[in-house]
Design a protein around this ligand. Structure first.
Ligand code: IPM
Ligand code: MG
Length: 361
């Protein structure tokens, strides 16, 4: 199988973890007899430095032609003074919007082995947790108009708009029902309909769409209550679907149950047969360049890429199992370090995962 992958490392630890994910993909290539062809693109602060813009047209064109995009992260203190509309993070938003990636799957897997590093009681994680947050990614508060900062009698006024249309809600909620159908036939829709009209519509549309899925049980929960229950009683959730900003916040919170933000992958889709894969963490300027970042979020994103863009289920599962076994053998990056276990750097963690992959195939 001959397959093209667009690789966009971005900035900060995005570059470090992406390099490691590529080493893992190279191992899959050797062990399973595939040929992956990588095409690299620039996005973020590095793109500003090299081309003057955070999202060069060339990168956008490259992504439009690609079925599988592996992204790292973008942003950093070097570009903090760049005008808002040109910031590296906005380029991430723009590419998601341009590719119309309205479904963002964020699997939350709490492994029992990591319970000791989690600031929650062991019994909350139990034998392991496994739920998926579907975050709407191409609409909502990040993109609504009007937006901006304007002069105001009080000084200035900053404004953003949280708006969703029936079509935007319908399509992402449907993705939620489809996924729930493949899992436990339960879907939780998260909104804030007691205060927000966009959420009132969200709930109405979700309820209407549920008529097409009589086999799936739909529940509604307010986002603030959801934030509470994610930590208090997470095992009640299986598939959740929510808007862009709520999903952004809830998944950072849910990452507590995984052990670290550095371990969480994500996969995004639109209508096209195209997938965009990125860890949910950012560029971590505080640890950039030290070789200590956790590569697992990006490595698991590469596994999702193999599964969803290339139907390489066996290979994806092999990566996921290799990660589990490296963790079970006691390899830990600093973010998940544990007394008595080996604290290793980005490269050594990947080496441990690769060793497991080689012994498995
Ligand atoms: C995420 C990140 C991004 C977001 C930033 C970097 C633009 O926090 O993917 O969760 O807010 O969506
Ligand atoms: Mg986020």
């Amino acid at each position: 199988m001959d397959t093209k992958i667009t690789v966009i490392p971005g900035d900060g630890i995005g570059q470090e973890v992406t390099a490691e994910a590529i080493r893992v993909l190279d191992t899959i290539q050797d062990e399973y007899g595939h040929r992956f062809e990588y095409e690299y693109g620039l996005l973020g602060g590095c793109a500003i430095d090299e081309t003057g813009t955070a999202l060069p047209q060339e990168t956008l064109d490259l992504c439009r032609r690609s079925n599988a995009i592996l992204f790292g992260a973008a942003g950093g203190p070097e570009w903090e003074d760049v005008p808002s509309a040109e910031r590296p993070e906005r380029a991430v938003g723009t590419i998601r919007k341009e590719l119309d990636l309205f479904v963002n799957l964020r699997p939350i897997r709490g492994r029992k082995a990591l319970a000791p590093v989690m600031p929650v009681k062991d019994e909350i994680v139990g034998e392991g947790l496994d739920f998926i947050v579907i975050r709407e990614l191409a609409g909502g508060l990040y993109y609504g108009e009007p937006r901006g900062i304007e002069p105001h009698a009080d000084g200035e006024r900053g404004c953003n708009t949280l708006a969703y249309t029936t079509r935007e809600i319908d399509r992402v909620v449907r993705a939620g029902f489809e996924l729930a159908r493949k899992r436990s036939q339960r879907l939780t829709s998260v909104a804030k309909e007691n205060m927000l009209e966009s959420s009132k519509l969200w709930r109405e549309v979700a309820t209407k769409v549920s008529q097409d899925y009589p086999d799936v049980e739909l529940n509604h929960i307010l986002v603030d209550a959801c934030a509470y229950h994610i930590i208090r009683n997470p095992s009640q959730f299986d598939v959740m679907v929510t808007g862009n900003i709520f999903g952004d916040i809830l998944t950072d919170e849910a990452a507590v149950l995984v052990g670290s933000l550095g371990m969480c992958p994500s996969a995004s889709y639109g209508n096209a047969k195209q997938g965009f894969y990125e860890p949910i963490h950012g560029t971590a300027p505080d640890i950039t360049g030290q070789g200590i970042a956790n590569p697992i979020g990006e490595i698991l994103s590469a596994a999702l890429l193999l599964r969803h863009s290339f139907d390489l289920d066996t290979e994806a599962a092999a990566i996921e199992n290799a990660v589990d076994r490296a963790i079970d053998k006691g390899f830990r990056t600093v973010d998940i370090q544990q007394p008595g276990l080996k604290t290793v750097g980005t490269i050594e963690m990947t080496d441990a995962i690769i060793a497991e992959l080689r012994s498995d195939s």
